[in-house]
Design a protein around this ligand. Sequence first.
Ligand SMILES: [Zn+2]
Length: 85
Amino acid sequence: MSCVATGSPLGPNRRGGLRDTARAVRCGGCGRSYEERTWLGLPLVQTLTGEAIAAHVIKWPHGVRIEIRRCARCARSIARTVEPI
Ligand SMILES: [Zn+2]
């Protein structure tokens, strides 16, 4: 039981951490990372939809778009893919 007790907190924590990392966006300019909630609070510069993206890439998953927001610290544009709900 002690093995399970010590093992189980590690699993979810690690998974949660990875999930947060996957959701978080990191600014290429200053390195500041934004969690999803913070990201949504940043000023939206542009949203690229599938049609606009398809002009630049060969294969693109249907419905996925790219949001470009401005970094609150260095004002550089950060792009993030947004999957359809
Ligand atoms: Zn930045």
